[in-house]
Design a protein around this ligand. Structure first.
Ligand SMILES: [Fe+2]
Length: 162
């Protein structure tokens, strides 16, 4: 099985701590999933790990999207469309896992997408967004960290209570 372990490099940092820590956590979850797949863990636990990853990334995207709305980001629809297509891809992968497609095929595809697409998204679109957010927060003299904490607490609390 060929896959590329994903390594975090500093050029992936956007400068907004909370967003960076969610990106890192997502990469950690993907790497764990790769390890579990290589070790051929049972289908049920792979599916569980995949499901968690799907929720995690979708919530993370929602946090970014809420921040875009809160600060009137001019490229909201473009960025949101990119997130939506990634959400769809991940949903499709989960469905494949559920229909017992070989887990390693699905996970290799996920790995490929992260390396060739997600990392690029972080470096280009997320960085552009984070620069904008920092600038707007400064103008309003508020802390971007504090604002994001508020947004996150809403999303991740709702998820925990489901
Ligand atoms: Fe994004």
């Amino acid at each position: 099985m060929e896959y590329q372990k994903i390594v975090w490099k500093n050029d992936l940092d956007t400068g907004i701590q909370l967003i960076d820590s969610q990106h890192r956590e997502f990469i950690r979850l993907v790497n764990n999933l790769l390890d579990s797949t290589v070790k051929s863990e049972d289908a049920q636990s792979l599916l569980k790990a995949f499901s968690f990853l799907r929720y995690y990334i979708s919530d993370h995207f929602s946090v970014e999207e809420s921040a875009m709305i809160a600060y009137g980001y001019p490229f909201y629809s473009m960025h949101k469309n990119i997130h939506d297509s990634f959400r769809e891809e991940i949903n499709g992968m989960e469905m494949k896992l559920r229909s017992n497609l070989p887990a390693h095929d699905v996970v290799i595809k996920l790995n490929y997408m992260i390396v060739n697409w997600f990392m690029h998204h972080i470096k280009v679109e997320d960085r552009k967004l984070c620069n904008y957010l920092e600038m707007q927060a400064q103008k309003r003299q508020e802390s971007i960290g504090g604002r994001l904490e508020q947004i996150v607490s809403v999303f991740f609390k709702v998820r925990e209570s489901v």
